[in-house]
Design a protein around this ligand. Sequence first.
Ligand code: PLP
Length: 379
Amino acid sequence: MSIDPDKMKEKKFSVCEPNIGPREKELVDECFDTGWISSQGPFVKKFEKKFADFCQAKYGCSATNGTTALHLALATIGVEKGDEVIIPDFTMIASCNAVLYTGAKPVLVDAEKETWNMDLTQIEKKITDKTKAIMVMHTYGHPCDMQIVKEIADKHDLLVVEDAAEAHGTEYKGKRDEAIGEIGSFSLYANKMLTTGEGGMVVTNNEEYNDKAHILMNHGFSKEKHFWHKVVGFNYRMTNMQAAIGMAQLERVDEFVEAKRRNSAAYTKILSQVPGITTPPEKEWAKNVFWMYGIMLEDEFGVKKDEARQALAEKGIETRSFFIPMHAQPAYLDKGLFAGEKYPIADEFCRKGFYLPSSTKLTQTDIEEIANTLGGLKK
Ligand SMILES: Cc1ncc(COP(=O)(O)O)c(C=O)c1O
């Protein structure tokens, strides 16, 4: 009987699993022992600072997850009802939802094949007098060309927000904070480069934004007196226990980034020899962290994506399909959003792409087994 590739019984290789160990446990135990289990407690502030340092940025503001962090970033820069925000069509739904939570309208741009990111040449066509910001997303860890994004933003007096949920450690022209724009947000979900279980972080070099994000994240409590609120805020507070896990993860994050890059090189060495497999990009100005190792199956491969995923699943190899683009989501079409809009490259990515097991714990032998199994499916 055939297996649904998303529902395997005997899994040998997961698509991604967290890399947590005794140090994470030790720091969480400290929260238990001291009673600091909610958002008060020493780890949250330390984690914000240490995470910002990792990003080579000045400030970090923690949040409950990557989606709330992105909403917080948008609210911090003042995106609101009546505004438009330009976003990639090829992204995870949280990018688009976060814009909708502010009351603003998401405006889509198709993907491009060089970096698998938003096609920057199409942004200007989408700018109107309502456009407030451009949101970029660094697909699977490859940065957008931020200089081009900034030039467009400066020319049209727009803000740049960055959905860096998949891009911890990503570098643009040798720098991490250059990949962040004015304000960026990260996810710290269990499958991310580093995790706090659930969690998120807003990162910026702008002190004013950082102050505002901290106020908005904590019910809009004003600094002057308690229970005095000058803005409508949210409760997006990270717990001390989450931050404890994050502190331990940051001790090993460079090792994780290197493991992802090593895995990617090992996969690409084998798969680039197989006609009909497109391997992930890395432009000369970029450091891709290959958060997930994505591939696309071209016609030449002779086997379609679903069939290949099925065959891999039967061998215990879990894979995950690329994003279904925003313009095709029933949740939006039902609201009359994006009706009749066409984004052929995002559609093509969705039709051809999936990612292979990408855990930092995979060995060279594991990668060879997975890559050779995939390569062996070619007709
Ligand atoms: C591009 C992108 N944005 C936002 C998110 C949302 O992050 P979270 O699941 O932590 O809310 C994700 C999650 O995978 C993502 O990939």
